[in-house]
Structure formats: structure tokens, C-alpha cells
Design a protein around this ligand. Structure first.
Ligand code: BGC
Length: 438
């Protein structure tokens, strides 16, 4: 009985009702307007200095894609017919020590991976000339191929990078590794790459969303609405805006959100990301498990140190519960009862469902900002492990969109674009090369 009461209180703490969804959309719109005007806002609304591709861009490019967990190197071919393919892809796990050490080591690692990729694949010298760089952190873009890091997210704390031009840091590392002949043709956020990959193939694509280790989105904005740059840019045209929505701070968090934020490497920042993204939902579930264990709701009242380590429970493990399994064996707790599994499943369902509903509200905010009456069809290019791999996540998002828009919700189509962030960076490099970049 006590346990049931705990779980129903938990469900209430994590509930996002229909009025909450509507309220969030309003808050998003106000913060978007402030960000575009260059006023104080939790949404930075960063101009990407590029518009959407036409689908006719052609060429061969290398792409280097630094996400939150992996570094990917890709050889991308664009055929000018809306068809972009990754001819070779190699994935390198970012050693955790590099996330927090000297920044130079992190950039040297990236250059090393480019070298290894070149050696493993027969990459022509010509293709090696231009590289598109996806850097999935909040960067104040200065031009198409330069931008300063505003601050790290997703647990990174590497020194000597915040405030610096990350393209310069990459070029320096490439030079140190005798790859100084490589030219960085474009710098993009992963959301911008994903939107580019989606809209290269489908002109109805008007938003890019990442729901993975971190979360963020971008969309094409009419230049006259970007008040902070309207004097510098040509009128009438569009430019992609990287929203950096992970930092949105108008959702009231609960006790668990506060505990997570207080102990994080960036307290007070990325509050929305800390409720939604893959890196953090596991941690929220872990904090809840530890509390339930301390109160005797699990393991027949026995205590365990199994979940003591911060960030030891991952979204991937949570996803097991959605398939009817549990993750206890991974923590050396092989003989847990069916009741324990059920509780773990319920915690994961509550936390992941809130994540999906918040993500849906944020998507609805962007779609309705562009098209208040939802007259058109909107294809949203999406990438990231939650979207691609968490069972039921997309369904929970769709359910929230249906609550908001009824049948019209069918006009919002979420289209997973695998490797979109890397492939799209190559497309952006081609757009930049064709003189369409601002
Ligand atoms: C970063 C964004 C990025 C997102 C998804 C966030 O932590 O601030 O720039 O797009 O993660 O990778």
C-alpha cells in the first residue's frame, strides 16, 4: 500500500497535463521572440548563417560529427537529386577522460580519428580537402565556418575551449597531426545537420530535432523576424536558427529535478535537457530508485549500494523495462522479485513519458510558431537514441500532439533521419560552397 502511494505521488510529480502542454507552448513562444530580438531569454536562438538546401547540391565531403557520446567520421556523397549517402562511416567512442581533461587532447583525438578514417578507407585526396564539422554544443556562430563555444553541456568540462573558436581549435589539431591541408568548410550544430539532411530529401521538412544524449532543435526562420541580425542580412530570405532549447527554463521541475541539477556539472543551466534527454532520464530514474530503496520499497527492505554511483543507470537500460525486462542483473542484483521489476518498470515509464510529452510540447511550439493554424504539413527530421530506440517514446509524443491538435496532429510527421547530423553537415558545406551561405 505504502509503495503504491509512493508511485502515485511520483506519477503526480511527473505529470504533464494538457493545460501544462498548452502553457509550455506559450512560454516557448515568448522566449523565442525574446531570443530572436537579442533580449534576455533562456532560448539563445542562434543564427546558423545558412538556409535550407535545395536538394540540388552536389559533391563529395568528409564530415566529422562530435556528439555527446560518440565521434563519427563519414564520407558523404551528394548526387544533386535529393539523394545523400554515407559511403563510409566510422564511429569512435569518446574516452570519458577526454570530456573533462585539457581541451587540446579532445581536439587531438578528433584529428587522430580523421587520420585513422583516411587510412582505413580509400579516401581520395580530393575528398579529403573539405571537411564539414558538426559540433553538438551551444556555439555562438560567427560565420558559416567559425563559432565560439558558449559553454559545455552533456557533462563535458574540457578546459581551454569555452569562449574559443572551435574551428580554429580543430584546424590547430589537424596541423599538429600533419593534416593541415584539410579545410573546414562548414561548422554546424547537429540539429542543423539533421534539418539539412531531412530537407535535402523532402522540401516539406521544416524542423530538425535531436532527442539523444542531449536535446535541441532548429528551424528555418524568416530573416526579418530575426531582429538581432536583420540589419546585417538580406531581407525576405530564411536562415536556420539553432534554438538551443535544452536551456529552456520555464518548466516547473520537481524535487528530483532539483537534486539532479544541484549535483550536475552545470547547475542552473540546460534545465529542459535535464528533464528530457537520454543522459539525464537515467539519472532521474536512479535518484528515484535510491530514494525508494532507502524507504524500504524495494528488495524486501534490503539496502544495496548497487545504484550509488551517479549516472550509472542509462536510458538504454531503462528501455529494457519497456520491453518487459529489467536492468537489475547489470547491477549485480540477479534475483530480484517480480514486484521489484514492476516498480522499476513503473519508474522508467513515468520518467520517460514526461520526457516524451515535454519534447512534444516543444515541437508543437515550433510548428505553431511557423504555422499557427496548422494549415500545412510539417516534416520533422529527428535523430538520437530516444527517438530511434526507446520503445513507446514516439507514440507518447504523438499522443500528446493528438491531445493538443486532435486529427490535425497527423500533419506533424516525425521522420527519423539516421546519421542525419553528419550527412547534413556535408550538405551544409555544399550549400556554403555554392554561395548560398549568409
Ligand atoms: C547541446 C546542443 C545539441 C544537443 C543535442 C545539447 O546539449 O547544447 O547544441 O544540439 O545537445 O546533441
Amino acid at each position: 500500500m505504502e509503495t503504491e502511494r509512493f508511485l502515485s505521488r511520483l506519477a503526480e510529480d511527473f505529470r504533464i497535463s494538457l493545460p501544462d502542454l498548452r502553457g509550455l507552448i506559450g512560454h516557448f513562444h515568448r522566449e523565442m521572440a525574446r531570443g530572436l530580438a537579442g533580449e534576455e531569454s533562456s532560448l539563445k536562438m542562434i543564427p546558423a548563417f545558412v538556409g535550407r538546401p535545395t536538394g540540388k547540391e552536389k559533391g563529395d565531403f568528409l564530415a566529422l560529427d562530435l556528439g555527446g557520446t560518440n565521434l563519427r567520421v563519414l564520407a558523404v556523397g551528394l548526387n544533386g537529386n535529393g539523394n545523400a549517402s554515407a559511403d563510409a562511416v566510422e564511429r569512435f567512442v569518446i574516452p570519458p577522460a577526454l570530456m573533462s581533461g585539457a581541451g587540446q587532447k579532445l581536439f587531438d583525438f578528433m584529428a587522430d580519428c580523421v587520420k585513422i578514417f583516411g587510412q582505413n578507407h580509400a579516401i581520395s585526396a580530393r575528398r579529403f580537402q573539405d571537411i564539414a564539422f558538426t559540433f553538438s554544443f551551444p556555439v555562438e556562430q560567427l560565420a558559416i565556418a567559425s563559432g565560439r563555444l558558449n559553454g559545455w553541456t552533456k557533462g563535458f568540462t574540457a578546459t581551454g575551449v569555452v569562449g574559443c573558436d572551435v574551428v580554429r581549435l580543430l584546424c590547430n589539431a589537424l596541423e599538429r597531426k600533419d593534416l593541415g591541408f584539410i579545410h573546414v568548410a562548414a561548422l554546424t550544430n547537429d540539429t542543423v545537420g539533421t534539418l539539412a539532411a531531412g530537407s535535402y530529401a523532402d522540401p516539406a521538412c521544416d524542423m530538425g530535432v535531436i532527442l539523444g544524449t542531449g536535446t535541441n532543435a532548429c528551424y528555418p526562420e524568416k530573416i526579418p523576424r530575426i531582429h538581432k541580425i536583420s540589419e546585417l542580412a538580406p531581407a525576405g530570405d530564411e536562415m536556420i536558427i539553432n534554438m538551443e532549447w535544452g536551456n529552456f527554463d520555464k518548466v516547473a521541475g520537481n524535487r528530483y529535478d532539483q537534486l539532479l541539477d544541484d549535483a550536475s556539472s552545470n547547475p542552473g543551466r540546460q534545465r529542459f535537457e535535464k528533464m528530457v534527454s537520454g543522459m539525464y532520464i537515467g539519472e532521474l530514474a536512479r535518484i528515484i530508485l535510491v530514494e525508494m530503496m532507502a524507504q524500504g520499497h524495494l528488495f524486501q527492505g534490503a539496502k544495496s549500494l548497487a545504484f550509488a554511483e551517479a549516472y550509472s543507470l542509462t536510458a538504454k537500460q531503462m528501455a529494457l523495462t519497456a520491453r518487459g525486462g529489467d536492468f537489475f542483473a547489470d547491477f549485480g542484483l540477479a534475483d530480484c522479485s517480480a514486484a521489484d521489476s514492476k516498480i522499476a518498470g513503473e519508474i522508467c515509464r513515468i520518467v520517460s513519458r514526461r520526457s516524451a510529452r515535454l519534447a512534444a510540447a516543444a515541437i508543437a511550439a515550433v510548428v505553431s510558431w511557423r504555422d499557427a493554424a496548422l494549415d500545412g504539413r510539417h516534416v520533422i527530421a529527428g535523430d538520437g537514441s530516444l527517438l530511434e530506440k526507446y520503445p513507446g517514446f514516439q507514440e507518447a509524443m504523438q499522443e500528446a500532439l493528438r491531445e493538443l491538435y486532435g486529427e490535425q496532429a497527423a500533419r506533424i510527421i516525425i521522420q527519423p533521419v539516421h546519421d542525419g547530423s553528419g550527412i547534413g553537415a556535408a550538405i551544409i558545406a555544399a550549400v556554403a560552397g555554392s554561395g548560398q551561405a549568409k
